[in-house]
Design a protein around this ligand. Sequence first.
Ligand code: HEM
Length: 523
Amino acid sequence: MDAEKLLQVDPYWILVINLLKHNFLLLLVTLVVIFLASASSAQRKSRKFLPPGPPGWPIVGNIFQVGPLPHRALAGFCRQYGPLVYLRIGSVHTITTECPQMIKELLCNQDEVFASRPRTAAAKLMAYDQMDASLAPYGAHWKLMKRVCMEHLLTTKRIASFQQYRLEEAQAMVHSVWAECKLGGKVINVREHLGSFTMNIVTRMLLGKRYFGSESMGATEAKEFRELMHAGLKLLGTVFVGDYLPFLKWFDFRGYQSSCKRMGKQMDDFYSSILDEHRDRLRQFGNGPQNFVDVMLKTSAGERKLNDTEMKALLQDMVVGGTDTASFTMEWCMAELIRNPKILLKAQEELDQLLEDGHTLQESDLPQLRYLKAAVKETLRLHPPGAFLIPHESIRETKIAGYFIPKNSLVLINIHGLGRNPDVWENPLQFMPERFMGDKVELRDAEFRLVPFGYGRRKCPGATLGQSMLLLGLGNLIHAFNWAPPPPLLPTHIDVLEAGGFTNPPATPLKALAIPRLTHHRY
Ligand code: HEM
């Protein structure tokens, strides 16, 4: 078997070949030392009662058992070994679960112990050395960044003050779909439209600047940036061997670290240009409406002002947190509605009733959209954007359900698995908004059956904004158009396989036939 074939067959051999390419002797010595160290450490650890899990290889542990869609492999282990599973990924103690009681223990009862984030090469190179809010390890810096998010940027009052942007962008999305399909229906690239919708909302809140559509200020630049962000998120969601076997972090396997570095630099250029432009605009026109950059320029972080790196790191959190998570959730929901025409019709009837006097959908209408809200919950159950919560890390050793959890354990909370756990949900693979109609399962469910925004210290600070974007975007799209699979496909042909990675979008970008269903003047 030649090297090329080996490469396609077994990732373990990829590692071996890459190792052989480098300094063989040095590696051999290192491997022996590591092996002895890990054997003696394993001996010590085995005296403690770790949760059950699959047996692993010497040194590399279970690293090659996680596969291209780790959430699926890890869900399989949870079903085989129990609600809390232990793996050793390289030298990193890892626990994973898809069980509501265990998730409650991790995010609620022992929230502080598990409130940190692991350090990884991708996060270091692409997220300002983890100086932001979402990837910062637990500690004083994270507290400061989170406080800026919660008390200055994402407050109820500020989010409400941007309501007009969201309404305008929802209508602009309807108009641009209509402009494509008004002559009787056309196949639309749904991902493109949803991506522009969320990106425009976020960049208008950040900077008062619209990137896509009419009065666009740099659509090509923004499109390039969005592609860059997707590639960056893919890297962030990829298992990089050097994060788990620290003695290999010097090897740039498949150019992983150079790619992260290059993307980090390109993204930094984009955020720097946002700050520069904003300062220029302030010099020229003085203060406008209070967008996020205005607020950050004035905000004090403790005794001092935020520095440029902190501002750019937070800008990145807002862009990443506010765009793909929402647009991919809407794309999944659209895919499921198109696969289930009766459910789509029911959601449309609810909207028709609410909007029969001819008014456009307002945020004050959203609480009345009970069925659409149930469809959104059902989407977040079956297709959460991000199969795992952002990885957590334990700050000290502890016990869960009688099992020993070592300090610095990586904690992978599998919400994709939770939503499909047959012990929690009846017919888990069926898209059925009705299951939420009479039920008391909320987005912050007390029983932890649904936690799409996390819970506890590391919970999402943008949840309210995210939900408004979801309901407004979806409500407008399904009220204004009928949707069907691109001919000659049938509804059941719509693909619902996930791509994996940090934000887990549909593997195939959704394309669908849009047919206007309102009178002309309403577009
Ligand atoms: C549908 C929309 C959204 C979903 C499903 C979502 C989901 C999540 C999840 C699962 C986490 C991780 C929780 C954990 O690790 O325990 C998170 C964290 C975060 N989200 Fe969101 N999010 C959404 C929208 C937003 C928006 C609109 C923003 C800001 C504009 C945002 C900003 C953040 C930040 C800064 C964090 C990090 C919090 C921390 O680590 O302390 N998210 N989000």
